[in-house]
Design a binder for this molecule. Structure first.
Ligand SMILES: [Cu+2]
Length: 109
């Protein structure tokens, strides 16, 4: 009986634990768009360090969740973005336009 109850406890534990095939937490980054491939639904970004995902700055490809996000993903644009890291890919779920790369700060007169 004791053995049965411990097996039951394990089954209950497995049944109630969330299914974690990947890290579904959204991470935030800031980067510059290098190129886009709308057909493949991908964007290449050079991003800064993403500390909450333990990722140094680099140039890499991301999947883009919604084609409408491509409106803000144009080469040379600087963007703040959120992405979800899955086992085999990283998918961008939101994009905020920041500025054009190399754009001179506007001086107030
Ligand atoms: Cu990266």
């Amino acid at each position: 009986m004791k053995k049965f109850s411990s097996i039951a406890a394990v089954i209950i534990m497995l049944a109630t634990s969330p299914i974690a095939f990947g890290d579904t937490t959204a991470h935030s980054g800031v980067g510059t768009v290098r190129s886009v491939d709308r057909t493949k639904g991908e964007v290449t970004l050079t991003h800064g360090q993403i500390s909450d995902h333990n990722m140094p700055g680099m140039t890499m490809d991301f999947k883009v969740k919604d084609k409408r996000l491509f409106d803000r993903l144009q080469p040379g644009k600087q963007v703040a973005f959120k992405f979800v890291a899955e086992r085999t890919r990283n998918t961008i779920t939101s994009v905020t336009a920041l500025a054009d790369e190399g754009a001179a700060p506007k001086l107030r007169k």
